[in-house]
Structures are given as structure tokens and as C-alpha cells.
Design a protein around this ligand. Structure first.
Ligand code: ADP
Ligand code: ZN
Ligand code: ZN
Length: 816
């Protein structure tokens, strides 16, 4: 008889297997909707942010607790998002709470454990704050750190949630996570003249219109004095020079005479560099565009296979423009956040302020702000790394997945371990949107889908303009060494070519494969290699820290003078890193400007953009980098790409190694000669006759694909099967082994698919946890896939019922 009592199922951002039922308090009945963010008590007295996934009146078995409060006026999460979250949880075998955790920016997930701090860099004023809010600010300044309970104590009330949220949103308070990002967000507003006024007649008309507004004319003249053409200049600077005030400028921005952009100061270099060009599509681009559009009539997804420099970006831009003109939103996914800086400038030309960027390096209130702008439709185009998939799109019309083959689209840890490309296709399906997958070196899976007509296939086989693909040559290092034509890590041939580029005032990129190329410390007497004490890996030498560091657990060790093992003073740093290559180059070419682009430079949001901007501005002659330099960057003056040691790439274990080597070398080669035909690539190898190099120098993707497809069919790998890996881990090696065996055997009994292992993985111990792996290769029928996944879930639950195995951890990776 409790018909008027309603309940809400709430997803909490925790690894819980299901949503929890709460009662809706009388005053919120009819107010709370699906997708609303609410604050609920959980466990003892902890408060959590949750999302309403369902409203119903099925009385639960256990008396439910009450929802504490509602966090926003409007629902924050859309029904499609909830459906998408559920799909991810089911497909990738994780909990919906884990998906929620990945999906919502932390600024929207305040809970009892959140620690907050005063933002020392806050530059605004406190005028908009209420007395209560202001007293929290005062307390934060004195105390340095507070939690939700502290604020409750301070204000002598329980609902303080909205107060904290406001301080977050205004950028007055920061979370701990953000504090540790260690960069100072410093934003500044830049002003640029509308492109329209590059036309003399338009400009003249503008001056005429302004005749009766002398202040505005003054401002315009001031701009023309310092800002050449359409350059961005600092708002503050302009106001100072023009002797006018902000209200005059505001008028002109409203009239769209000036364009206003808020940007990080460090990106200034890039902003100023903007060239406004009007693109006319080449006939190949036009053809490809039309072909994609006609595929869209009966296919959801199109694979655009276009060689590097073929001008895919313009094709995407056209497609996006069309979708936006139909009033829909578009998402542009990139594999690496570092690439956003360059692309955003190209896209802003078309989409102005309607385009937003989103990735994990943005701070809390920025991300919250973007979330709202997507939700209310202010942003029409979103550019981002994989996490941009989780924004609350209202009506997506198109998703572009650029460099679709890139393995950084796959999240490895923590869960959800999703493949962003595939998850994007699913999201598009839910919106009735289209997808373009673009690459010069498509993944075998995507090409397979295209060949079987599941996707449309469009190919662009030549570069834009008069550029031809770079000429690729192999240098046989074995022979070069015999003939004494090697200096350090460089063949004479490569050095001569670098010199040639310098003479021609061209730039060089030197590429070093990151994988397996850390520098390590070794004793030359006893061959002892310094290993991590927690993990089964060698420690990496960091010159900058002057320490040995573990890349898995962060363990550090000081450098010693004598060997730990045999006490000889014969320790040596081996292996080559980008730092060493950089140093070597500087030694051979002392006057040359060298810079490095690698994982270290990615640690800050700005470091990376700075190096790229400097390279674009010709302030750097030689760029030494890892994987990062291979990904879609577009530079004008690169005449030479040198691949220092290609051999490691081809001997890497794993069924994708040939595909990866081809992709990587082709991509990095693609950075050469993009604007003219003089691009050159030199690959140093000791095995020039290896098949993969032959395919690369002939740019023969088709042959690579054919040979890969045959091997994969023969040995049963994707796309001919799915692949699922279960990792079992724990502190005691015997228990881990027993648990893994128990798990494998139970699975073999339960499901009729290939279960391989348990086996000892390549890195068998991480942070004092021993690891064992089980590999499952199910067939492709979706029905049986669901059955199998349920079986895996059940077996995992059963395992934890066994006393000895309670502390064993299991992680599942689907489509690795
Ligand atoms: P891809 O992404 O296929 O490697 P891009 O889209 O980066 O190639 O294009 C390569 C280069 O050619 C870029 O510098 C781009 O500005 C230029 N380009 C491409 N299409 C056009 C066009 N229609 N007009 C002028 N320049 C173009
Ligand atoms: Zn370690
Ligand atoms: Zn030794």
C-alpha cells in the first residue's frame, strides 16, 4: 500500500556490482529524474555523489535509506549515456560504477573523502559568494585542507554540498588530484579581428559604420597598430594601448568585429601562428567526400584509408561542418592529447567558439564547464582524447576517429578497459550518428570489416598538392659497422643527410622506439642488471633525476659506484634513450638547436605544446622523439626522418607486432616532406631483408594486410576470434598459481571455448604482486559471447567464496 512511495536506483562511482535502491524524500518526489545527480549516504555515514538510473516503486527487500539531496536542478546525465555506460560494463566486464567513475569528471563526484584546497592562483573576486560560502573560503585559506565533514562542522549543517560545488565551479577550491597536477592554470583572453575584414572593402565599410563611435575606431586602430592581419593579441594589452575600456571592446565582440578566445598563455605561440587560409578541396578530396557521403546512405561506418598528407583533415572538417549545419553535434577523437593543440587551430578557423577540447589534463572546473556546455548544446564540435566519449551529447551526428589504428585508444588500467574506437561506434549507433575511421595504416580489424562490407571503404592514394610520399631507404648497420662507418648510434649516411638538411635550412626528426628502450644500469664484470625490488623489470636510468626509477611502481634507487652483486666499480648505463641521442647529436653538431619530445615532456599540459610550437616556428632544427612524433603532426619543413633502430620493433612479442611495426614506421615516415616532394626517410637496421621493411619501403599496406589475415586465420587471432585475458594477482606466488589454475579449470568445464593457460606473463611481478594470465578465445556469435561473459563473472564470484582465495585479485581485459 505504499504506492506513493517512490524509489530511485542509484549508481555510485565505486566498483560495486549493481545500482543501489534509495527512497526519495517527499519533497523530492516528482523532482528527481533519471540522470539526476544526487547525494546519498553509503556505508556508515559517508556521503557519495550518485546518478539516478531508474525511478520505480518496487519496495526493496531491505529498508532503503533516504536520498540526502539533489545536486543540480537539471539531470546531468542523459538516458543515452546511461545506456552506453551499461553497454560498456557488459561488454568490457566491469561494473557500471567503474564506468561512471571514468565518465564523470572528478569535479562532479564530490564525496566525504574528497579533500579540497584553496586555489592560490584564483584571480577573481569573492563578490558572488554568500556569507556561508565566504566563511568556507576563509577557513580553507587558514586550514589549507578540508573535507566535506569539516565543512559540515564549520557551518553546523549537513547539506553543504551545493556550497562546495559552487567553490569548485568558480575555481576557488581545488581537489587534491588537481593540486598534484603541478601546473598553474593561467588563462588569458586573446582578441583577433574577424577574418571578414581581411577584405579591404569590408574593412572600409566597417570604419564608415563606426564613424559615430570614436571609441570603437580608436580600439580598431590600436589593434591594427599591433596586431598584424588576423593575429591574436592579449586583451589587456589592447585595452591599455587603445585607451578605451572593456565595455567598448565588449560591444565590438558582440558585433563580431573582434573574436574573443580564452586560452592558456603558453599556447600563445601557437595562436599567433595561425594562418587563415581558404581551402578549396582538391578533386581527390571532393571525390572522397562524396564517396563517404554516399556510403553513409546505407552504412553507419566508413573507413577512410588515406596516405599520410593526403589531406584527410579537410575531408573530416567538411563532414563536421555539414553535421553542424544540420543542428547536430560532432565529436573528433584523437589518440593523443598532445595532438589537440595543433588541430584545434585548424578547426577553430571553421567552428570558432562552438568548438571545445576535452581531455584528462584539463583541470577540474574546466572539465565541469565543458560538460555543461556540451549538455546545453553550446559546443557543437568536441575535440578530444578517448575520455571525450563520455560527454553528455544531446544529438550526435558524427564521430571522427582519427588515426583509428592507434593503440592508445585502448584503455588498459584502471577499468573500464575499453577500446575507444569500438565504444565510439556503439555510441554513434545509439545516437543514430555516422562514424568515419581515418588512418594511413588502418588496423587489420577495421580493414577486415571494410572488406566484408560491414564498413564503407574510401581510399586516398596520393598526397595533397604536389607533394609525393617520402623516399624510404634502409641502411644496413651490420655492413656499416664493418666498414667503420658508424659513430655512436649513427651511421655516416644518416649523419651526412642530417648535415644536408641543415645546409638546406630544413628540419630533421629522429625517432626512437619507446618500447624496450629505457636506459638501465648494468655491471660489466658480472652482468648484473639493476632490477626493481617490487617488480620483475629492470630499473630505468633517469639522467635528470640522477636516479634509477621503476616505470611500473615508481620505486627509486640512488646510483652507486660499486656493483651490488660483485662490488666491482664497473657499473655502466646501457640502452639508449632520447636523452642520450639528443646529447650525441649536440656533440656532432654543436651549433644546432635540438629538442626532445617524449613521455617526459607530456607530463605537463604545456611542455608538449611548447616544443611543438617551437618546432613549427623553426626555432628547432632537430627533434628527437619517441612514439609521440609519429602521430599525425603536420610540419612544413621536415626534410628528413631518421629511424635510429628499427629492429626492436619487429621482434616484439604479440600477435600484432608486424602490424604495429608497419604502422609506426609508416606514420613517422609520413612526417617528412609534407609540403613538397623532397622528403626522405632513413631506417637503420641490421636486418634489411626482413619482409616488413620491404613492405614499408614500398608502402605496401595491401600486402601487409593480406599476409596478416592469413596468419591470423591460421593461428586464430582477431578478427577471427575475440580475445579475453584474465589476470590473477596476489602477494603469495603459490596462492596466485593455485587460484589461476582453479579459475582456468572451472572455466574449461563451464564454457566450450578455448581457454589457454594459466601462463606466466612477460612482466610477472608488479609492485610485489605476482601475476598469472589466462587467455580465452571465444567464437564470434554474440549470443554465446554473452553466455561466456556471464560464466566468467560467476566463476570470479565463486573464486572469492574460497577462503584461501579471498584476497586474490582478478582483472579482465576484453579485446586487448
Ligand atoms: P593527413 O591528415 O591526411 O595526413 P592533412 O589533412 O594534415 O593530411 O593535410 C596535409 C597538408 O596538406 C596539410 O598541411 C594541409 O594544410 C594541406 N592541405 C590539405 N588539403 C588542403 C586544401 N584543400 N587546400 C590547402 N591545403 C591543404
Ligand atoms: Zn617496481
Ligand atoms: Zn657486478
Amino acid at each position: 500500500m505504499s504506492g506513493f512511495i517512490t524509489y530511485a536506483d542509484i549508481i555510485l562511482p565505486l566498483a560495486l556490482p549493481r545500482a543501489f535502491t534509495y527512497a526519495i524524500p517527499i519533497e523530492l518526489v516528482g523532482v528527481v529524474q533519471v540522470g539526476h545527480r544526487v547525494i546519498v549516504p553509503f556505508k556508515t555515514d559517508k556521503l557519495y555523489t550518485g546518478i539516478v538510473s531508474k525511478i520505480h516503486n518496487e519496495t526493496p527487500a531491505v529498508k532503503p535509506r533516504l536520498i540526502e539531496t539533489i545536486a543540480d536542478e537539471e539531470p546531468l546525465v542523459t538516458p543515452i549515456q546511461l545506456k552506453h555506460w551499461q553497454w560498456i560494463a557488459d561488454y568490457y566486464l566491469c561494473t557500471i560504477g567503474e564506468v561512471m567513475n571514468a565518465a564523470l569528471p572528478s569535479g562532479l563526484k564530490l564525496n566525504s573523502e574528497t579533500r579540497i584546497y584553496f586555489n592560490e592562483y584564483f584571480e577573481g573576486d569573492f563578490n558572488s559568494l554568500s556569507d556561508e560560502e565566504f566563511s568556507v573560503v576563509q577557513a580553507l585559506r587558514n586550514k589549507k585542507e578540508m573535507g566535506l565533514p569539516d565543512v559540515q562542522n564549520l557551518l553546523q549543517k549537513r547539506s553543504v554540498y551545493n556550497i562546495l560545488q559552487k567553490l569548485f565551479n568558480e575555481g576557488i577550491a581545488l581537489s587534491k588530484e588537481e593540486l598534484t597536477l603541478k601546473y598553474k592554470p593561467r588563462f588569458e583572453t586573446f582578441i583577433r579581428l574577424n577574418e571578414k575584414y581581411r577584405n579591404e572593402d569590408e574593412l572600409e565599410k566597417l570604419f564608415e559604420e563606426m564613424q559615430r563611435a570614436p571609441k570603437q575606431v580608436e580600439l580598431l586602430l590600436a589593434y591594427m597598430q599591433i596586431g598584424k592581419q588576423n593575429a591574436f593579441i592579449k586583451k589587456a594589452e589592447l585595452l591599455k594601448l587603445s585607451n578605451t575600456d572593456a565595455s567598448v571592446l565588449k560591444r565590438l565582440v558582440e558585433k563580431q568585429v573582434f573574436i574573443e578566445v580564452k586560452s592558456e598563455v603558453s599556447r600563445l605561440g601557437i595562436l599567433q601562428n595561425e594562418v587563415v587560409e581558404n581551402h578549396t578541396l582538391s578533386s581527390l578530396q571532393l571525390e572522397s567526400l562524396q564517396s563517404i557521403q554516399s556510403h553513409f546512405e546505407d552504412k553507419q561506418t566508413v573507413l577512410l584509408h588515406g596516405v599520410t598528407g593526403s589531406g584527410k583533415t579537410i575531408v573530416y572538417t567538411e563532414l563536421i561542418q555539414q553535421v553542424v549545419s544540420e543542428g547536430k553535434q560532432a565529436l573528433f577523437l584523437l589518440p593523443e592529447i598532445a595532438l589537440t593543440a595543433q588541430l584545434i587551430n585548424r578547426l577553430r578557423k571553421f567552428f570558432g567558439n562552438e568548438i571545445g577540447i576535452y581531455h584528462s589534463k584539463f583541470n577540474l572546473n574546466e572539465r565541469v564547464e565543458i560538460w555543461h556546455k556540451v549538455l546545453n548544446g553550446e559546443y557543437k564540435v568536441l575535440l578530444g582524447a578517448r575520455s571525450a566519449l563520455f560527454l553528455p551529447y544531446k544529438n550526435l551526428g558524427l564521430i571522427v576517429v582519427d588515426e583509428e589504428h592507434d593503440n592508445s585508444y585502448k584503455q588498459t588500467d584502471p577499468p573500464p578497459r575499453y577500446q575507444a574506437r569500438d565504444t565510439a561506434i556503439m555510441l554513434a549507433q545509439m545516437h543514430g550518428a555516422k562514424v568515419v575511421l581515418g588512418s594511413a595504416t588502418p588496423s587489420v580489424e577495421s580493414m577486415f570489416n571494410a572488406k566484408r562490407s560491414k564498413y564503407g571503404l574510401v581510399e586516398m592514394n596520393s598526397r595533397f598538392g604536389n607533394a609525393s610520399l617520402p623516399s624510404i631507404e634502409l641502411v644496413n648497420m651490420k655492413i656499416a659497422r664493418k666498414q667503420k662507418e658508424v659513430k655512436g648510434n649513427f651511421s655516416q649516411e644518416l649523419l651526412d643527410n642530417i648535415q644536408h638538411q641543415l645546409n638546406e635550412k630544413k628540419q630533421t626528426i629522429l625517432f626512437l622506439n619507446r618500447r624496450g628502450y629505457a636506459e638501465y644500469q648494468k655491471c660489466t664484470t658480472c652482468d648484473y642488471v639493476y632490477m626493481c625490488k617490487n617488480c620483475d623489470v629492470s630499473l630505468t636510468y633517469h639522467k635528470y633525476l640522477h636516479k634509477l626509477v621503476c616505470h611500473y611502481c615508481g620505486y627509486q634507487e640512488k646510483l652507486e659506484t660499486k656493483c651490488k652483486n660483485c662490488s666491482s666499480p664497473t657499473l655502466e648505463i646501457s640502452g639508449k634513450g632520447t636523452e642520450q641521442i639528443e646529447e650525441e647529436i649536440q656533440e656532432y653538431f654543436p651549433a644546432v638547436r635540438v629538442a626532445r619530445l617524449d613521455l617526459d615532456s607530456l607530463k605537463t599540459k604545456t611542455g608538449f605544446a611548447n616544443v611543438i610550437a617551437a618546432f613549427e616556428n623553426n626555432e628547432i632544427d632537430i627533434l628527437v622523439g619517441t612514439q609521440m612524433v609519429s602521430k599525425g603532426l603536420d610540419f612544413d619543413r621536415v626534410g628528413l626522418v631518421g629511424i635510429i633502430d628499427a629492429d626492436r620493433m619487429i621482434y616484439h612479442p604479440g600477435y600484432r607486432s608486424a602490424e604495429r611495426a608497419f604502422q609506426l614506421i609508416t606514420q613517422v615516415s609520413g612526417r617528412a616532406g609534407r609540403k613538397d616532394s623532397s622528403g626522405r626517410v632513413i631506417i637503420q637496421t641490421s636486418n634489411p631483408s626482413h619482409q616488413i621493411f620491404q613492405l614499408i619501403i614500398h608502402n605496401d599496406f595491401k600486402a601487409l594486410y593480406e599476409s596478416e589475415i592469413i596468419t591470423r586465420q591460421q593461428f586464430l587471432y582477431p578478427p577471427f576470434t575475440k580475445l579475453l585475458q584474465i589476470t590473477v594477482s596476489g602477494k603469495n606466488v603459490q596462492t596466485v598459481e593455485q587460484a589461476a589454475l582453479w579459475l582456468a579449470n572451472s572455466l574449461k568445464k563451464k564454457i566450450k571455448v578455448q581457454v589457454l593457460g594459466p601462463s606466466i606473463p612477460f612482466v610477472s611481478k608488479i609492485n610485489n604482486n605476482f601475476l598469472r594470465e589466462i587467455l580465452i578465445k571465444p567464437t564470434m556469435e554474440t549470443g554465446s559471447l554473452a553466455v561466456m561473459k556471464n560464466a566468467i563473472r560467476d566463476v570470479a564470484i565463486d573464486l572469492h567464496q574460497i577462503k584461501d582465495f579471498k584476497a586474490i585479485r582478478i582483472s579482465i581485459d576484453v579485446d586487448l
